[in-house]
Design a protein around this ligand. Structure first.
Ligand SMILES: [Zn+2]
Length: 315
């Protein structure tokens, strides 16, 4: 008897990833390419399809059967229609029907969700959120995104787009953001946003962290400014949602545990006093395939739900 597998696709800020997982969402194999700067949606989708097909071919020859596909999309998703429709760093998603194309090629049910939301799901089930009934996840990398998971399910309050911590305003009239606003958390605290604050002296955000750890005063000013913004945003998350745990992922957070320590310290002072004893902020555990794992777990949960409640709309 063939073993059940799922294909998981990711279109991130800097990379495209296709993975093949078993029916528990464990990644068996993956392919990864850097995202070319000039990419357009149709081209990205073609590339992802090619990578997914290559994995399927490789593993179906070994006795595995692909039964579903999850897509962790780096942009906004219209959940009810399962549409990937807006990406802030790539044009054209509004003109391609990703779900239909993927279903046409793979011949299996396709489930699309925002990349941060599925990463949150993976951390909640398999990573730093294990054991917490509710978990708010924020990723700090190329952008800043969020997801809220309660009882093992992504909390969806509307047709997609909730928990967008990256677009809270941190500095009125501050640097412009891809969303059209100014002074957003993402414009200041993402890797590129931080780097923009010290571009005249530092090679990238990581160089700022390196200089910070050496006690450089300008780097310290930038890191403190960003940590302060993150702390105020997370303090607000605690007041609004009171998650039992907060998990910070993405390259900027996962690669700089001392920065997460500083954010924790500053947030702790801002958390509503009666929630403070329960305040619990951790670094993500799952590493760079977190979106793949999450997209697969999301697809598997949706497939299970479809089997038991065939008429229910996604999520
Ligand atoms: Zn914004």
């Amino acid at each position: 008897m063939k073993r059940r597998a799922v294909v998981a696709l990711e279109s991130g800020g800097t990379k495209l990833v296709a993975s093949l997982t078993d029916e528990r969402g464990e990644v068996l194999d993956h392919l990864r390419v850097a995202r070319p700067v000039t990419n357009q949606a149709a081209q990205t989708l073609r590339q992802l399809i090619g990578m997914g097909r290559a994995l399927r071919q490789r593993w179906e020859g070994e006795g595995w059967q692909v039964e579903g596909l999850g897509f962790g999309f780096g942009g906004l998703v219209r959940r009810c229609r399962q549409e990937a429709y807006l990406c802030l760093h790539e044009h054209g998603w509004e003109h391609v029907d990703a779900r239909r194309e993927l279903e046409g090629v793979f011949g299996v049910p396709v489930f699309i969700e925002n990349d941060c939301k599925v990463a949150a799901l993976a951390e909640a089930k398999r990573g730093a959120g294990r054991g917490a009934e509710s978990m708010f996840y924020a990723t700090i990398g190329t952008g800043v995104g969020g997801g809220f998971v309660v009882g093992g399910r992504i909390q969806s309050l509307h047709d997609g787009g909730e928990a967008e911590i990256g677009h809270l305003c941190a500095e009125v009239g501050g640097p412009s953001c891809g969303c059209g606003g100014r002074g957003c958390i993402e414009a200041l605290c993402s890797g590129p946003g931080m780097w923009a604050l010290g571009r005249h002296r530092f090679e990238n955000a990581q160089a700022i962290f390196g200089a910070w750890e050496q006690g450089d005063s300008e780097a310290t000013e930038i890191v403190e400014r960003c940590a302060g913004h993150m702390a105020r945003a997370l303090g607000a998350v605690m007041a609004l949602l009171h998650p039992r745990r907060i998990v910070l992922g993405g390259g900027v957070a996962s690669g700089n545990p001392k920065y997460v320590d500083r954010i924790r310290e500053l947030t702790n002072d801002l958390v509503v006093s009666y929630f403070r004893p329960e305040f619990d902020l951790r670094v993500a555990e799952l590493g760079e395939l977190v979106v793949s794992q999450g997209a697969a777990l999301f697809a598997l949960a949706q497939m299970e739900q479809r089997r038991s409640e065939p008429c229910l709309v996604v999520n």
